[in-house]
Design a protein around this ligand. Sequence first.
Ligand SMILES: Nc1ncnc2c1ncn2[C@@H]1O[C@H](COP(=O)(O)OP(=O)(O)OP(=O)(O)O)[C@@H](O)[C@H]1O
Ligand SMILES: [Mg+2]
Length: 267
Amino acid sequence: MSAQLSISHLAKSFEPGTPNEKIALNDFSLDAEKGDFITILGSNGAGKSTLFNAILGKFPPDRGRIVLDGEDITYQREHRRAIDIGCLYQNPLRGTAPSMTIEENLAMAYTRKASKSFFAVNRRDSAHFRELLATLGLGLENRMKIKMGLLSGGQRQAAALLMATIARPKLLLLDEHTAALDPATSVKVLETTKRIVAENGLTALMITHDMGMALGFGNRTIMMDSGRLVMDLRGQERIDMSPRGLVDLFSDRSGHELSDRTLLALR
Ligand SMILES: Nc1ncnc2c1ncn2[C@@H]1O[C@H](COP(=O)(O)OP(=O)(O)OP(=O)(O)O)[C@@H](O)[C@H]1O
Ligand SMILES: [Mg+2]
């Protein structure tokens, strides 16, 4: 079976040839099968968000190739690949239109993929949005006409999750999407994430600094360091792994300790 996402020998330096040169991606390769849910760990500055930005087409890589569902997207324009890739960030403000209603936001995400006019959203679509909102268990299905900007961070992140997945993307990218939420809301949004990914058989990558979360969600865990892939954990080895064991493995593979922020999450 060919991989749903195949990244090979990806490289990206910022400010090359200057004293500030930063190698953010260094010969990075990763294959993900359809339905893989991969959690990504790594210290601050390891290149995790840069990896997502390369996949999203925010910049052309210096070297390497990105193939999504058999299509080479390495140099494809950003807005074109946005149709196939859903993305959520730490800040729930990103990716949603605060002055539009919840229903309009969902319609926008839905019609973008369905190659259907925004104005062609009908009552059946609307009923579909209502059903999807009801699955969040936040009562938002009765508040479809209120502006997105009025929702709390957690409510908006849950709605943003629906927006990112309503058109069944070929790939879902989650960049610490629950890091800014309070612990209880974070758990709720994570459980919703898990359910939506499973129900739709999505291929997903999730960046986190939380070791327990990295092992508790998905079927694979990778670690990045200085733009490289230093660990790829799956199967029984992953099932047997503890958060503390992960920290030790990271030090072994990278030759240094994880950043304070990640270690803090262990305490
Ligand atoms: N647009 C840019 N211009 C210059 N340097 C950049 C740019 N984007 C990222 N970098 C640098 O590339 C390196 C990797 O950054 P990146 O944001 O990918 O790290 P990260 O693993 O997501 O870290 P964090 O856990 O803090 O979010 C960092 O040194 C960062 O300063
Ligand atoms: Mg980041």
